[in-house]
Write a protein of this length. Structure first.
Length: 166
């Protein structure tokens, strides 16, 4: 039995109050640290920077938002809080690595749209397949009602984080 003053593994619930603010903070930090580690390892394996992986995530998420239209370098820079020079360097690395292609808009050649290439998607899919399997195995341990609560919590956390960010 662990005494009250012994540290907890970041992957287990603290015993004092498993649904208290401190428990949530510990668990969210641990999950965030693991996601960051995995993203950093992917970046390293692909010869990229962590910022480049974050840009790929932004592109992937932009593809899901049909109301916003295709991602542009300006929108990517604003979303990631990067200068235009930093965005250009990031996109140069991603393009050289085969993850992104830049396409001029048909109706306005001054506008550049960013697209996540199929080869880049496949490389990411292959790399992150173990994480997807782990996520699916974890989901299988919960019933639909519990999963709806988890999704509601994560969606609300994302809304609150967006408010803090803005």
């Amino acid at each position: 039995m662990r005494s009250a003053d012994q540290p907890h593994s970041p992957h287990e619930l603290p015993l004092e109050d498993p649904i208290g603010l401190q428990s949530f903070a510990v668990l969210l930090r641990a999950m965030n640290a693991d996601f960051n580690r995995i993203a950093q390892e992917f970046a390293h394996a692909q010869g990229l920077h962590l910022t480049d992986v974050q840009a790929l995530i932004a592109l992937l998420d932009a593809d899901r938002d049909e109301t916003a239209g295709p991602m542009t370098p300006g929108r990517l820079g604003a979303q990631m809080n990067l200068t235009s020079g930093a965005v250009t360097a990031c996109l140069d690395r991603l393009e050289k690595a085969g993850h992104v292609r830049r396409v001029r808009a048909v109706d306005d050649r001054r506008v550049v749209h960013l697209h996540y290439t199929q080869a880049g998607r496949e490389a990411a899919r292959e790399y992150f397949r173990p994480l997807a399997r782990s996520t699916d195995a974890t989901r299988a341990r919960f019933n639909a009602d519990e999963l709806h609560v988890v999704v509601r919590f994560m969606a609300e956390m994302n809304r609150q984080l967006a408010c803090v960010r803005n």
